[in-house]
Write a protein that binds this ligand. Structure first.
Ligand code: FMN
Length: 337
């Protein structure tokens, strides 16, 4: 069985479930496993040190799946920007058909992607940015609530309000993210007006996610209380795991410190050690509040099929029973008449 939505139809994916881009985590093994499970996985372009490495990673993913998958292009304002144009060219040349953009305005990238038949799913954290992206002509919106891992923006609007508020203004397919980890979240997102969900933390904690087992076990052991919001005073908030490093960063910035004062603590080369060596205090690592809902380390196949079948039971069992099966049937008949 599969849940059919505007998202699954437009993007040609079996299930309305997405694995969003994840720096250091969104690699071939995970993305292929997500694709083989009938969901949509995104390789993270900038995890690859060079555009040529991205081309190799795309080829490696293709060796592991014949199902569709995409590439995430995170566009962040940095002093030394990566060669975005070259990464974009690799995506086009490799014949990728779906791109997830995030981080800032996708406008500079849209013409080339659209000219090459690539659908763009733009991830953003506010209704106004979603409306803007829709007006620019993106093909889908991924609206990321305050609960999410990574960058939740500065508005602090959780999904319960953000998703229906966005749904009122968005006509193109829209998926919801931030805090989703199981069938209850999937059904809730559909009820709130989304056409599917995007999960980061939940997919990070699967068998095929190529990160150290210690990190996965820490996610299982962790609760919804175990994240920190770093960079708040700099208005570049990021939700990360609470550890010795992230707590120190919060303290330094709260005491008036500047980016320079925490630069070494938050360096990517330290963060990547967490995933590679399993040293949970080596640096900063991203995870969302959904950690409180993650209690196991399944394969992606097990996770997706469990979520979809439990969602169907939730919809056709628990929810339908609330209005009474007979009543539901006569209402359906009235609707169909
Ligand atoms: C380890 C990790 C790294 C991430 N890196 C990126 C990234 O580079 N670009 C991006 O657009 N989103 C990134 N995200 C955000 C996810 O794509 C997704 O939007 C988010 O995890 C959703 O919230 P959830 O973790 O509650 O499911 C990252 C998330 C995690 C957990």
């Amino acid at each position: 069985m599969a849940l059919k939505t505007k998202f699954t139809e437009t993007f040609g994916i079996t299930h309305p479930i997405v694995q969003g881009g994840m720096q250091w985590v969104g690699r071939a093994e995970l993305v292929a496993a997500v694709a083989n499970a009938g969901a949509l996985g995104f390789l993270t372009a900038l995890t690859q040190p060079t555009p040529a490495d991205l081309a190799n990673e795309i080829a490696k993913t293709r060796d592991l799946t014949d199902k569709p998958f995409g590439v995430n292009l995170t566009i962040l304002p940095t002093i030394n920007p990566p060669p975005y144009d070259e990464y974009r060219q690799v995506i086009v040349d490799a014949g990728i058909k779906i791109v997830e953009t995030a981080g800032s305005n996708p406008a500079p990238h849209l013409p080339m992607f659209h000219d090459n038949g690539i659908k763009v799913l733009h991830k953003c954290t506010s209704v106004r940015h979603a409306v803007k992206a829709q007006s620019l002509g993106v093909d889908g919106i991924s609206i990321d609530g305050f609960e999410c891992a990574g960058h939740p923006g500065e508005d602090d609007i959780p999904g319960l309000v953000l998703i229906p508020a966005a749904a009122e203004k968005i006509d193109i397919p829209m998926i919801a993210s931030g805090g989703f980890a199981d069938a209850r979240g999937l059904v809730a997102a559909l009820a709130l007006g989304a056409d599917g969900i995007n999960m980061g933390s939940r997919f990070m904690c699967t068998v095929e996610s190529a990160i150290h087992q210690n990190v996965k076990e820490a996610i299982v052991a962790g609760s919804e209380l175990d994240t920190e919001l770093i960079f708040r005073p700099l208005r570049n908030t990021a939700r990360v795991a609470s550890n010795a490093v992230s707590r120190e960063v919060v303290q330094i910035l709260n005491n008036g410190g500047q980016f320079e004062d925490v630069k070494d603590l938050v360096a990517g080369k330290r963060g990547v050690k967490v995933y590679e060596l399993g040293d949970l205090d080596a640096g900063i690592w991203s995870v969302g509040a959904s950690m409180g809902l993650i209690n196991d380390i399944p394969t992606c196949g097990e996770l997706v099929s469990r979520m979809v079948s439990e969602a169907e039971v939730l919809i056709s069992g628990r929810l339908l029973n609330m209005i009474g099966a007979d009543e539901a049937e006569s209402e359906m008949e009235a609707v169909l008449a």
